[in-house]
Design a protein around this ligand. Structure first.
Ligand code: XBP
Ligand code: MG
Length: 263
């Protein structure tokens, strides 16, 4: 039986990567006087590395003008990351990010129909605390039974740690939860923790391979049609139907996928 929905943040609840973190990284580069710039496709490639700090270190590998010594690189990455997170919070405060379609609706429906909510994210806690009041109001803490962030799970996705901690925080079994993700690393993390996973495609992972997902949709307002349910949009009935027909251990992908990728 479905008891909980575990939500990824970046790319899933809002397009935070393209319109938030990427923009904030570029402001941090400028603030620290670096001639570095991540355009939309460049940042897409860098997303193969989970974690903003780790992403900066990976980028320095390809830069001639990055510090040579590892310790100096780490110092610079720490400064840039802290600066980026400040710019990210400022950007949100100025109304730079909105929830993706259907996010607020589905969260509300889950709460009114006894589906507990948790967050499982690779992003830093400060970024969640900056974003969530904007997405869900100042009492957002009351919506989520567990909020697991980078500081809690230092081994980042695709490692399953963040999902294991979310399951523990929820107090349910992994087979009683459904994950909601937008990336292959997130899908792998959820599945490795024994949690079936619904994919809502974000701009950066529009064409990614999501074999093994319990369901794939363009966004939460897209129609859901499958043998055991037909909903105009992703709702609790659809979540329950998708969950009921999923076996993570068996690793089977659904036979059907809704057409279209409109967002
Ligand atoms: C999110 C991440 C994070 C964000 C930036 O992945 O990988 O690193 O890009 O946040 P997911 P930080 O959506 O799979 O959780 O800079 O705080 O790392
Ligand atoms: Mg994500």
């Amino acid at each position: 039986m479905l008891r909980a929905l575990i939500c990824d943040v970046d790319g899933t609840l809002a397009e935070t990567e393209r319109d938030g973190h990427r923009v904030a990284f570029n402001r941090a580069f400028a603030e620290l006087g670096l001639p570095w710039h991540w355009d939309v496709p460049k940042y897409g490639g860098l997303l193969r590395v989970a974690g903003g700090y780790e992403r900066l270190l990976a980028y320095m590998e390809e830069r001639e003008d990055a510090p040579r010594e590892l310790a100096a690189r780490e110092r610079l990455a720490r400064s840039l990351h802290a600066c980026k997170n400040r710019h990210y919070a400022t950007l949100i405060a100025h109304g730079g990010l909105e929830p993706r379609p259907g996010v607020r609706r589905l969260i509300g429906q889950c709460l009114s129909q006894d589906i507990a909510l948790a967050v499982a994210t690779t992003t830093s806690r400060g970024n969640v605390e900056a974003l969530f009041p904007h997405l869900f109001g100042t009492r957002w803490h009351e919506l989520f039974r567990a909020v697991v962030c980078a500081e809690d799970a230092p081994r980042k996705k695709p490692d399953p740690l963040v999902y294991r901690l979310a399951i523990a925080g929820l107090g349910c079994r992994s087979c009683e939860a459904l994950a909601m993700e937008d990336s292959p690393a997130g899908l792998a993390a959820a599945r490795a923790a024994g949690v079936a996973c619904l994919i809502t495609r974000s701009s950066y992972f529009d064409n990614a391979d999501f074999t093994g997902a319990a369901w794939i949709c363009a966004n939460l307002d897209a129609p859901v049609r499958r043998s055991n349910t037909a909903s105009a949009r992703m709702d609790v009935a659809a979540l329950r139907a998708i969950h009921a027909h999923t076996t993570v251990a068996g690793g089977k992908a659904p036979a059907m996928q809704p057409p279209g990728k409109s967002r």
